[in-house]
Design a protein around this ligand. Structure first.
Ligand code: ADP
Ligand code: MG
Ligand code: MG
Length: 899
C-alpha cells in the first residue's frame, strides 16, 4: 500500500508543491514552494500538510503513520542541500518552525527560529561561523522564543533577566553584550526555565523539533484561534500546515540584515519599493520595535529624515537583487506582493510572499497601472478592487495631518466628514442654512419630521440609535455624514447645550463629525474632497464596459441628482415625493390638504402644491436629460406630516387660522396602531385619488416643460407604492391615464410614460403574474419587502438585531445585505412571474440593498434590469455590477475582490 504523502519539500530551485496547493500547504508553504519553483533564493525546507493537522485531531492528537519517517527524510535532504546536519555538534543545521494555514490567522503559534541549538551545537556553530557572539546571540533568542511559544514560560521572564543583566553590567544596548555576556545570560535563562517547569530546557534537537510541530498543531484549537475562526467563518476542518525551513542569519554582522517590504506602496499604490529593514538582526526584531528600522530606498530615507543609511546605500548589491526579485514576483503573481526577506553576509534570501493588503486608493492605482504595464487585463483589474472599499474615496475625509480633539465616539453611521455650528432643532437648522450657515444637527434621535433639518445640515449627530436608526438610514441616503448612538454625549435641549468628555458646548459652537470613524471632534478640521478622476475614473470606465445592469440613483433633490450624475448614475430609480412635501414653504399646504373635510377642500390645498411639485419634477427631468426617472407617488401615512406636540399644534393653528380642537381631533383620527401596515402607499391614493392625480399632473407637466427646455425626450416612470392586488393598481392606473389624456389635450402634446409598481409586499411578489398585466415595470422595494417578509419593523430592529447577531441566530442584518434565501426568493419569484406575463418588463431594485455589493450580485443572478442606490454608492454599484457580470450569473456570491 502506497503511503500517503504528508510532507512536501521545497528549495534549491524546485519544489514538490506550488501556489495552487494552498489548501494542502497553507498560504505560506504554497508560496515558498512557488518561489522555489521560479528560481528565487529560498532557504530549503518542507511543509507538513494541513491534512496532518486534521488527522491529528481525528486521531486523538496522534500523528498519522509514516509522518515521522517522512519528516526525518525531508530534514536530511534539507541538511544535504545546505551541507549541514540536524543535531551535528560540528556543523549543525538550524531550522525555523512556522505555522501557516489557508488564510492567515492571528492566534496561531508564533514562529520559532534557530531550532536545533543546544549547548553542544551552539559551540559548534560558534566555531564553524568563526563568530562566538553570533552563535550565542542565536542561542539565547532560541531559548526565549521556544520557551515562550512551546513550553509556556512567558517572554517577560527572559526580558527581566536581560534587563537586569544589562543594568548589572552598565550596558544600555543589546549590541554591547559580548559572546561571554550572552553565555552568562543563557545560563540564567536555562535556570529560569528549570525553575518554572521543574525540568531542564530540552537539549535533544528532535525533542525540540517535535515539540514545536506539536505546538503549531495544538494552537489550531487554542481559544484565540477558535474565536477568530468563528468570527471569520473559517471551518475548523481546514487545519494548519507547518513549515520547517533551514535558517538563514540576518544577525551575522553588518553585512547581514532582515526586512519586510511591499513591491508597491500599499497606501498610495505608487510603484516604488516600500518597506523597512534592520542590520544585524533576526526576523522578529523588525516588528518587535526593539530598534528603529531603516528605510529600503534612499528616497524614502531622505523623505523620512532618517539618520541611518538605507538598504540601497548600505547594501547596494543585495538591494539590486531584491529589486529584481520584486519585478520577478510581480510578473509571476501579477499582483502587488508583501514579502519578508533576510540578507546573510550580503546574500539575499526570500522567506515569504503573499498578495499585499492595500487601501482603496492604492488598489485603484495598482490595478490601473498593472493594466498599463501589460501585467493584467481590464477584467482582472476590475476584480482587484473591493467595491465596498470605494466608500473611503467617495466622501470628504478629514485631513490626516490635522490635529484632533475627540469629544466622543459613536457609530460610523454615514461616511464623510463635515464641520458646522451646533443646532438642536430641525427648524433652526433650516433657518440657519437659509442664512448661509453650515450647521450640524444634534439630536437624541431623529424622526421623519426632521428630514428638512437633516437636509439643511452638513452633518448629523445622534446620541441614541444604531446603524439602521432613522438618522443613519436617511443620512446615508442623503450622503450626509452621520454619527449615531454617541451615548457618552448628554444633550440638554432646554439650555441648548451638550456635554461630552467633560466639556460643555452650546448652540453655535463648531464641531466636526466624522461619519467614517464615528468620531465627534471639537472645532473645525480641514477636509479633503472626493474626486472621481484619474485611476478611479479609468477603472469605472472599464467596469461600465463589462456590466450588464444599469445603475440608477435614489434621489429627490436637484443636488442629489446632480451628485449622482457626476458619479455616473444612468437615471433615477426612486424619487420619493414625500420628501418634497416636508419643505418649509409647502408643509403648510400639505397640512391643510390633510385637514380638509372633503375632496373639494383637499383639491384646493393640492392646487397650491401642484406648481411646486411640477417645478421639482421639471428640475429633476432636466438634470437627468432624457435618462429614465422613476417617481413614486405619495407613500407614508399622512400623520407623519402633521405638527406634533402642543406648541407645534398651537403655532400651526395660529398660522393657518385652523381650529386647534378640530386639529387635535383629526390628529387622533389619523393615529394608527401600526403605521407601517396602516393607511399608507396606494391605500392613500385609493382613499384620496385627488392626491395622486395632482402628483401625476405635476409629473406630466414637468416632463413637457423639461423636454421643451432640454430638447431631450422625457419618459417618466410613475410608480405606485405598496400594491398587493392588481385591482389596486388598476384603480389608480385608470385615473393617472385620465390625467395624461387631459394634459395632452390641454397642452396639445403627446406624452410618453410608463406606469408600474413597487413589489414590496409578499403578496405582490406572489401575484406578480397578474400584476404585470397592468404594471409596465416593477421595482423591488426591498426595504419594505424585508420588513414585510420577516415581519420585522426596521425602525425597531436596532433594539434586537444585535442580540440576533451576537447569538448567531442571524449572520447578517437583512436590512443591510439582502436575505437571499427568504426575501431573495420572493424577488426571484416576482421577477420570473412578471416576465412570464410581460417578457420585456423592466425590473429594478431600490432601497439600501441596491448599493450593497453582495445584494447586487444577487440582482445580477436574477437578471434585474437595473439597481438603484444613493448617489454616493453609485460608483460602488457600477463596480459591483461589473464584477457580478464577469463572475457570471449563478456562481457569484461575494462580489468583492482580493484587496
Ligand atoms: P509570521 O507569519 O508571523 O510572519 P513567519 O513564519 O513569517 O511568521 O516568521 C516571522 C519571521 O521570522 C520572518 O519574517 C523571518 O524574518 C523570520 N524567519 C522565518 N523563517 C526563517 C528562516 N528560515 N531563516 C531566517 N529567518 C526566518
Ligand atoms: Mg511572515
Ligand atoms: Mg416602501
Amino acid at each position: 500500500m502506497a503511503e500517503k504523502k504528508w510532507v512536501y519539500s521545497f528549495g534549491d530551485g524546485k519544489a514538490e508543491g506550488a501556489a495552487s496547493m494552498r489548501d494542502l500547504l497553507g498560504g505560506k508553504g504554497a508560496n515558498l514552494a512557488e518561489m522555489s519553483n521560479i528560481g528565487l533564493p529560498v532557504p530549503p525546507g518542507f511543509t507538513i500538510t494541513t491534512e496532518v493537522c486534521t488527522a491529528f485531531y481525528e486521531n486523538d492528537r496522534n500523528y498519522p503513520d509514516g509522518l515521522k519517517e517522512q519528516v526525518e527524510a525531508a530534514l536530511e535532504q534539507v541538511g544535504k542541500a545546505v551541507g549541514m546536519s540536524f543535531g551535528d555538534p560540528e556543523n549543525p543545521l538550524l531550522v525555523s518552525v512556522r505555522s501557516g494555514g489557508r488564510a492567515s490567522m492571528p492566534g496561531m503559534m508564533d514562529t520559532v527560529l534557530n531550532l536545533g541549538l543546544n549547548d553542544e551545537t551552539a559551540a559548534g556553530l560558534a566555531k564553524r561561523a568563526g563568530d562566538e557572539r553570533f552563535a550565542y546571540d542565536s542561542y539565547r533568542r532560541f531559548i526565549s522564543m521556544y520557551s515562550d511559544v512551546v513550553l509556556g514560560v512567558e517572554h517577560h521572564n527572559f526580558e527581566e533577566i536581560l534587563e537586569y543583566y544589562k543594568e548589572e553590567q552598565e550596558y544600555s544596548l543589546d549590541t554591547e553584550l559580548s559572546a561571554t555576556d550572552w553565555q552568562d545570560v543563557i545560563h540564567r535563562y536555562k535556570e529560569r526555565v528549570e525553575e518554572e517547569l521543574g525540568r531542564p530546557f530540552p537539549q535533544d534537537v528532535n525533542e525540540q523539533l517535535w515539540g514545536a510541530v506539536g505546538a503549531v498543531f495544538g494552537s489550531w484549537r487554542n481559544r484565540r484561534a477558535e474565536t477568530y475562526r468563528r468570527l471569520h467563518n473559517i471551518p475548523e476542518s481546514w487545519g494548519t500546515a507547518v513549515n520547517v525551513q533551514a535558517m538563514v542569519f540576518g544577525n551575522m554582522g553588518d553585512t547581514s540584515a532582515t526586512g519586510v517590504a511591499f513591491t508597491r506602496n500599499p497606501s498610495t499604490g505608487e510603484k516604488a519599493l516600500y518597506g523597512e529593514f534592520l542590520v544585524n538582526a533576526q526576523g522578529e526584531d523588525v516588528v518587535a520595535g526593539i530598534r528603529t528600522p531603516q528605510s529600503l530606498t534612499k528616497k524614502a530615507r531622505l523623505e523620512g529624515n532618517d539618520k541611518l543609511p538605507s538598504m540601497e546605500e548600505a547594501m547596494p548589491d543585495a538591494f539590486a537583487e531584491l529589486s529584481a526579485v520584486f519585478e520577478r514576483l510581480e510578473r509571476h503573481y501579477t499582483d502587488m506582493q508583501d514579502v519578508e526577506f533576510t540578507v546573510q553576509e550580503a546574500k539575499l534570501w526570500m522567506l515569504q510572499t503573499r498578495s499585499g493588503k492595500r487601501t482603496a486608493k492604492a488598489a485603484l492605482k495598482i490595478a490601473v497601472e498593472m493594466v498599463g504595464e501589460g501585467l493584467i487585463g481590464e477584467e482582472t483589474a476590475i476584480s482587484r478592487v473591493d467595491p465596498a472599499s470605494l466608500d473611503q474615496l467617495l466622501h470628504p475625509t478629514l485631513d490626516p495631518d490635522a490635529p484632533r480633539d475627540v469629544l466622543a465616539t459613536g457609530l460610523p453611521a454615514s461616511p464623510g466628514a463635515a464641520s458646522g455650528e451646533i443646532v438642536f432643532s430641525s427648524d433652526e437648522a433650516a433657518a440657519l442654512r437659509q442664512a448661509g450657515k453650515n450647521v450640524v444637527l444634534v439630536r437624541v434621535e431623529t424622526s421623519p419630521e426632521d428630514i428638512n433639518g437633516m437636509h439643511s445640515a452638513v452633518a448629523i449627530l445622534t446620541t441614541r440609535g444604531g446603524m439602521t436608526s432613522h438618522a443613519a438610514v436617511v443620512a446615508r441616503g442623503m450622503g450626509r455624514p452621520c454619527v449615531s448612538g454617541a451615548g457618552s454625549i448628554r444633550i440638554d435641549y432646554k439650555s441648548e447645550t451638550f456635554t461630552a468628555a467633560g466639556v460643555t458646548l452650546k448652540k453655535g459652537d463648531i464641531i466636526t463629525v466624522d461619519g467614517s470613524t464615528g468620531q465627534v471632534l471639537k472645532g473645525e478640521i480641514p477636509t479633503l474632497q472626493p474626486e472621481l478622476s484619474g485611476d478611479f475614473a479609468t477603472l469605472m470606465s472599464w467596469a461600465d464596459k463589462h456590466r450588464r445592469m444599469e445603475v440608477r440613483t435614489n434621489a429627490e433633490t436637484p443636488h442629489d441628482a446632480e451628485t449622482a450624475r457626476k458619479f455616473g448614475a444612468e437615471g433615477i430609480g426612486l424619487c420619493r415625493t414625500e420628501h418634497m412635501f416636508f419643505e418649509e414653504d409647502r408643509i403648510v399646504a400639505v397640512r391643510q390638504m390633510i385637514l380638509a373635510d372633503d375632496a373639494k377642500g383637499r383639491r384646493a390645498a393640492l392646487e397650491k402644491i401642484l406648481p411646486m411639485q411640477r417645478d421639482d419634477f421639471r428640475q429633476l427631468f432636466e438634470i437627468m436629460h432624457g435618462l429614465p426617472v422613476t417617481i413614486r407617488l405619495l407613500d407614508p401615512p399622512l400623520h407623519e406630516f402633521l405638527p406634533k406636540g402642543e406648541a407645534e399644534i398651537a403655532d400651526f393653528a395660529k398660522e393657518t387660522g385652523a381650529d386647534a380642537e378640530k386639529l387635535a381631533r383629526r390628529l387622533a383620527d389619523l393615529a394608527e396602531t401600526n403605521p407601517m401596515l396602516g393607511h399608507r402607499g396606494c391605500r392613500l391614493g385609493i382613499s384620496y385619488p385627488e392626491i395622486y392625480e395632482m402628483q401625476a399632473r405635476a409629473i406630466f407637466e414637468g416632463a413637457l416643460l423639461a423636454a421643451a427646455e432640454t430638447g431631450a425626450a422625457v419618459t417618466p416612470e410613475i410608480m405606485i407604492p405598496l400594491v398587493g392586488m392588481k385591482a389596486e393598481l388598476d384603480f389608480l392606473k385608470e385615473r393617472i391615464v385620465a390625467v395624461a389624456v387631459e394634459v395632452e389635450k390641454e397642452k396639445g402634446a403627446k406624452l410618453e410614460y410608463r406606469i408600474g409598481t413597487m413589489i414590496e409586499l409578499p403578496r405582490a411578489a406572489i401575484m406578480a403574474r397578474e400584476i404585470a398585466e397592468s404594471a409596465e415595470f416593477f421595482s423591488f422595494g426591498t426595504n419594505d419587502l424585508t420588513q414585510t417578509t420577516y415581519g420585522i419593523s426596521r425602525d425597531d430592529a436596532a433594539h434586537f438585531m444585535n442580540d440576533y447577531m451576537g447569538k448567531k441566530i442571524i449572520a447578517q442584518d437583512p436590512f443591510v445585505s439582502l436575505d437571499r434565501e427568504g426575501v431573495g426568493e420572493l424577488v426571484r419569484l416576482g421577477a420570473e412571474r412578471g416576465r412570464e406575463t410581460r417578457p420585456d418588463i423592466k425590473l429594478g431594485i431600490c432601497g439600501e440593498h441596491g448599493g450593497d455589493p453582495a445584494s447586487i450580485a444577487f440582482c445580477e443572478e436574477v437578471g434585474l434590469t437595473y439597481v438603484s442606490c444613493s448617489p454616493y454608492r453609485v460608483p460602488i454599484a457600477r463596480l459591483a455590477a461589473a464584477q457580478s457580470a464577469l463572475a457570471g450569473a449563478g456562481n457569484n456570491t461575494s462580489g468583492s475582490g482580493t484587496a
